[in-house]
Design a protein around this ligand. Sequence first.
Ligand code: DX5
Ligand code: ZN
Length: 242
Amino acid sequence: MVVSPKIAPSMLSSDFANLAAEAKRMVDLGADWLHMDIMDGYSRVYNSLCYSGRHFVPNLTIGAPVIESLRKHTSAYLDCHLMVTNPMDYVEQMGKAGASGFTFHVEVAKENWQELVSKIRSAGMRPGVALKPRTPVEDVYPLVEGETPVEMVLVMTVEPGFGGQKFMPSMMDKVGYVRALRQKYPTLDIEVDGGLGPSTIEAAAAAGANCIVAGSSVFGAPEPGKVISLLRTSVEKAQPIT
Ligand code: DX5
Ligand code: ZN
């Protein structure tokens, strides 16, 4: 294994009114990355009229202006997860704002992922692709194996939209399939997002995930630093660096 563990507290569970302090607290407690959930809201009326929907998730969180503000307070890797219908619209502004990683959803990028990946790179960010629980893992293969490959696959282990949901163990098969691609692409990061914590990390680490997003289990713990180090130790044990 050549990829290292990256523990990424999800700032969605932080106190948004004190974001800079929360970010510093997480980095001081040992976080490798800060996971930023960018969501584009939901229109109930529109979605009932049009299945394709104009919005990706039933929640509205933060955007590039918040990333730009936070960047002034931290040099940490900002692992941005875009749950939006038109990721292309946000590449330039996210790059300028100081995002480090730009992970888009495959469900909304089937037609233009190559252009999207190139633009993400040109904007100085690291491209990643995410997939929802009901999306077949095969959908991301071309993005890993293509000419302009992504550097990370994010396997959603809950339906995107909210923190604090229950981990879906059945998603570990997908993690396993993506892990198999590491034989050819050894630096491929595999991230899991949703319901990760002390009771679920073993399954995710054993399946091959090395980037661990954790919101409620970290922010809700009496000692978040202990959870961060437990998550890291589990990945290190399951996937020793060789
Ligand atoms: C859900 C988000 C997650 C969320 C995870 O759509 O992508 O990053 O914050 O939160 P927990 O760890 O509480 O499930
Ligand atoms: Zn996320």
